[in-house]
Design a binder for this molecule. Sequence first.
Ligand SMILES: Cc1cc2nc3c(=O)[nH]c(=O)nc-3n(C[C@H](O)[C@H](O)[C@H](O)COP(=O)(O)OP(=O)(O)OC[C@H]3O[C@@H](n4cnc5c(N)ncnc54)[C@H](O)[C@@H]3O)c2cc1C
Length: 469
Amino acid sequence: MGLSKAIIEKLISIVGESNIITDDVELLVYEADGSFVYTAKPDVVVFPRSTEEVTRVVRVAWENRVPIVGRGSGTSLSGGALPIEGGIVISLARMNRVLELDVENETATVEAGVINLWVSDALAKLNYQYPIDPGYYFPADPGSQRVSTIGGNISHNAGGVKCFKYGVTVNNVRGLKVVLPNGEVRSFGGKVVESPGYDVVGIISGSEGTMAIVTEATLRIVSNYESVKTILAAFNSVEDAGLAVSRIISAGIRPVALEFMDRIAVNAIEAGPWGGGLPTDAEAILLIDVEGSEPGANSEANRMIEILKSSGAYMVKLAKDRAEANRWWGARKQAFGAMGFVGPNYITGDGTIPRKKLPEALRRIREVGNKYGFRIANVFHAGDGNLHPLILYDERKPGERERALQAEDEILRMCVEIGGTITGEHGVGYHKKHLIGLLYTDYELNVMKKVKSVFDPLGIMNPGKIFPQ
Ligand SMILES: Cc1cc2nc3c(=O)[nH]c(=O)nc-3n(C[C@H](O)[C@H](O)[C@H](O)COP(=O)(O)OP(=O)(O)OC[C@H]3O[C@@H](n4cnc5c(N)ncnc54)[C@H](O)[C@@H]3O)c2cc1C
């Protein structure tokens, strides 16, 4: 859109010369997100260092009706952080302080630009009375937790491997400090577990930056258990692995994490430096954590092993120590990046399905792959029914990217058809807004738009996201 010199000068006067980018080449970094499917260049990127500076930047945008897009680390996989209509990108990267660790109230208060894993790292450094007090961590743990920010996690309501037991990000946020589009600073929620009235923290969480800029968050932290058991199971068919998942859950066992990877995914991981000794001959593997007291975790693990064997696992292994378990989990967390070993490009799909439809969904994903001639790897949070089909394609071949996007579309439509949704954790963003009508009626979408307009009456917050128009 092009901002006037006067606006740029005003922004410089707020954040200072060293906290603003206007140079065309430097702006290239901010024209993409983790999906690399679309690009959109901002007019300017600012790096405020306090809520006060965010407020003043936002006021400039409000007065001049300029779009504002919040940005954490830019790892969004749905085009969420792209400034589709240009304007001001507000990077929270320099608001990265852990403000308070309050173990008694089981909360951590942090600035929005804090990297997810830093919260648990900071908690690990506290002086606990182990083993009486086994320490705390932040349980919402996306695969991107080494790089993505708490602000980005909240805005996209990120999920992770432990979310099966502890819930997704919104379930682990107690309070928020936000800057509204008119520059007002507001706080919602706090350290208490439950706040009466409407759940405004819940409304802002997952709103994909379309309502307010999050500047601080009070997070729920949880304590480590005395014992964690990690189990690896290998199957000759994806259907058997899917069946095992259904059986585990219907047996009333609630593992902390229950992850699925298919043969393509495992082979990609094992081909690279992050290999964790996962079985490359399996059609599917499950990686499972159970936790509790030593006897409790042992008995859950034993029940789990029985179910896995009776569901057709040809190999079931209990990690002999934490080092082995960490190798397996380290491998799992590198799954997306490892796709580079088996294909030049890939699209990270993200949909959910009812868990008992897992075998059907996997079969239909395979059919889509065959129809379009693409290999599709599957990595997903099986406990949540959150699929991540990774569609491998070659951008250098004319038309392949478009066909890969069509294949993704077909998979997401299939998810909805069997009772699921078009995203489990990566957000609707720009990428999937054309599909949101599959889930909601016009009335329901209008309710959401009205809620947004209460926060953002001028429509300047991250425009062009979530809603088709
Ligand atoms: C390798 C890899 C693995 C991943 N694994 C997972 C996973 O397991 N689970 C998962 O859920 N996601 C995953 N993701 C997706 C991504 O990491 C998450 O969506 C993450 O929450 C984005 O955080 P970010 O800091 O990078 O935010 P960004 O990408 O910068 O922004 C994401 C969205 O939040 C908005 N936003 C950011 N900060 C603020 C703020 N302070 N105030 C208001 N709006 C803001 C942006 O406008 C945008 O809409 C993965 C991505 C990659 C590349």
